[in-house]
Design a protein around this ligand. Structure first.
Ligand SMILES: [Ca+2]
Ligand SMILES: [Ca+2]
Length: 212
């Protein structure tokens, strides 16, 4: 009887041990988090270029056009809540899509700035290399799967409006149509609610550029 009880405890310990082994060191998409430096409620906007010469996350735009720090800090934890150190930055990426339109990365253009540190932490701060736009929050992707702990309130646009990896006359034409037509976030690079000369400046800064 005692032996049977002991065997039961032993089996439970084995099962728990196996479960722990399964999750240790593997990112948990619910426990891992992504946080924005700016703690206000507003959705920020990030201006991208395929060349990587767009805005750093520290220079994201508030509604109205002001500057706010949109730096994203990612904390990777495994299923036991333990930090995952040295996780490769190539597998920590961003996705921004509203279902119709999307931010389109250049190859390797939207990775975290570095591998996770001993606390499981890394950041997105340097400019992305990307085209396209989406009026939606941004998901942090771990090896292709979104964190279920929630997206970051940053939307994105780019002088590469056509999202083909180059900024050329096609994009200038699309920009002009919006400039002279109805408001569209796709060309409001300063996020101030109007498409005007300040956006022309950012459009011009991208012309001739392409994915590296
Ligand atoms: Ca283009
Ligand atoms: Ca604008």
């Amino acid at each position: 009887m005692v032996l049977r009880k002991l065997m039961g405890v032993f089996m439970v310990a084995l099962i728990i041990g196996a479960a722990s082994f399964a999750v240790a060191g593997v990112p948990d998409l619910g426990l891992s988090t992504a946080a924005r430096a700016y703690t206000g409620a507003e959705v920020l906007s990030l201006f991208n270029l395929p060349s990587g010469g767009g805005a750093a996350f520290t220079e994201a735009n508030l509604p109205g056009g002001g500057i706010a720090d949109g730096t994203i800090t990612v904390t990777l934890l495994d299923g036991l809540g333990a930090p995952i150190a040295n996780y490769p930055f190539e597998d920590i990426t961003l996705q921004c899509t509203d279902g119709t339109n999307s931010m389109v990365p250049c190859p390797g253009g939207v990775t975290a700035d570095g591998n996770t540190d001993a606390s499981g932490i890394t950041q997105f701060q340097t400019p992305l290399a990307a085209g396209g736009y989406a009026d939606a929050n941004t998901d942090v992707m771990i090896a292709g799967a979104a964190l279920t702990s929630g997206p970051v309130a940053i939307r994105m646009n780019s002088a590469d409006i056509s999202a083909d990896g180059v900024v050329n006359l096609t994009d200038v034409g699309m920009f002009s149509s919006i400039f002279y037509g109805a408001y569209d976030y796709a060309a409001d690079f300063t996020n101030d609610g109007v498409v005007n000369l300040s956006d022309v400046g950012r459009m011009a800064s991208g012309v001739g550029g392409a994915c590296p």
